[in-house]
Design a protein around this ligand. Structure first.
Ligand SMILES: [Fe+2]
Ligand SMILES: [Fe+2]
Length: 126
């Protein structure tokens, strides 16, 4: 079956804790979106995704602070933007159309963010 987010080697940052969490996040997101479900169950799953992502961002932001990373602000803002978008869509969730929007948003965001912000983080602090 086609997964929402396909793992690709370009996602590897080389920071083992970060890579592990990325894989876990992708697994969770893929499993949540692999079947349709009732609204209550979907909202619970979206809240779980939100919490897991927020925890992951905290890890990266701690690493960046610790390393006095030069693009901390830009990177942090991109994290905040995704959480805001997920929260807003979850709060206003009415129909399958909203879920489609969310799937598209997550797929695009992960593919781009992993390969730009997260990949750069590794190159500079390694
Ligand atoms: Fe990140
Ligand atoms: Fe990340």
């Amino acid at each position: 079956m086609m997964q929402l987010i396909e793992w690709r080697d370009a996602f590897c940052t080389g920071i083992s804790g970060v890579d592990y969490e990325h894989e876990e996040l992708i697994k969770l997101i893929n499993s949540v979106f692999s079947k349709s479900r009732g609204k209550t169950s979907m909202v619970n799953s979206l809240n779980e995704i939100y919490a897991e992502i927020a925890g992951h961002f905290m890890l990266e932001e701690q690493i960046m602070k610790h390393e006095k990373y030069d693009q901390y602000e830009e990177h942090r803002k991109d994290h905040a933007r995704l959480l805001e978008d997920i929260g807003a869509i979850t709060d206003s969730y009415e129909s399958d159309e909203d879920i489609e929007k969310l799937k598209q948003l997550m797929n695009e965001w992960f593919v781009v963010h992993f390969q730009t912000h997260d990949a750069r983080l590794h190159r500079l602090i390694d």
